[in-house]
Design a protein. Structure first.
Length: 181
């Protein structure tokens, strides 16, 4: 499972990474040089916050569609969104740092989107589905890291593989796991 789950998202992926002690961890990679390790608790919080950001974006878009369909001007609908945002729990960017997903609604299409910001720099844009896909991948890797570690131990122990070969087998496993699309 150790191969990265690289989505079409700009420069961000999650994978099972091997630590020197032989354990595996879920790691969010923001590019080839920057990553963040998530334990089970922080990973669950991270995924929940990503789902929340996606929902905020879609909710805002739905409110705008509903209000404009009822004859409210786009400007008045946008002001309503501003009021609603002020009255909802803020996203906890500390949970996803250095990643921030900033919900928005596209003026031309009326669809929700998320600005993808890393370390204060916008690096792209996701749809709510892109965000949910990323969060789902985080949950998948969180579930797999203990499996990777157990498989590595089995390959080295009972099967007697060399450590490097066992680690290559784990890395290759990701090519054999089917992910629904």
């Amino acid at each position: 499972m150790a191969d990265p789950i690289r989505a079409e998202h700009p420069g961000i992926w999650v994978q099972s990474d091997l630590l020197p002690d032989g354990t595996y961890v879920a790691a969010i990679h923001h590019d080839d040089d920057s990553s963040r390790v998530l334990d089970r608790q922080t990973g669950l919080a991270y995924a929940a916050e990503i789902f929340t950001a996606a929902t905020y974006s879609e909710y805002d878009a739905a409110v705008i569609r509903q209000l404009t369909a009822a004859g409210v001007s786009l400007q008045a609908a946008a002001r309503t969104i501003g009021d609603l945002r002020a009255d909802r729990p803020p996203l906890d960017y500390a949970v996803t740092a250095p990643l921030r997903l900033v919900p928005g609604v596209a003026a031309k299409t009326g669809r929700g989107f998320l600005r993808v910001v890393i370390n204060g720099q916008q690096v792209g844009q996701w749809t709510p589905d892109d965000a949910r896909d990323h969060a789902s991948n985080v949950l998948t890797v969180l579930a797999a890291v203990d499996l990777d570690a157990a498989y590595r131990r089995h390959l080295i122990g009972p099967l007697g593989l060399e450590v490097a070969r066992a680690e290559n087998v784990i890395t290759d496993l990701g090519h054999h796991i089917r992910r629904p699309r």
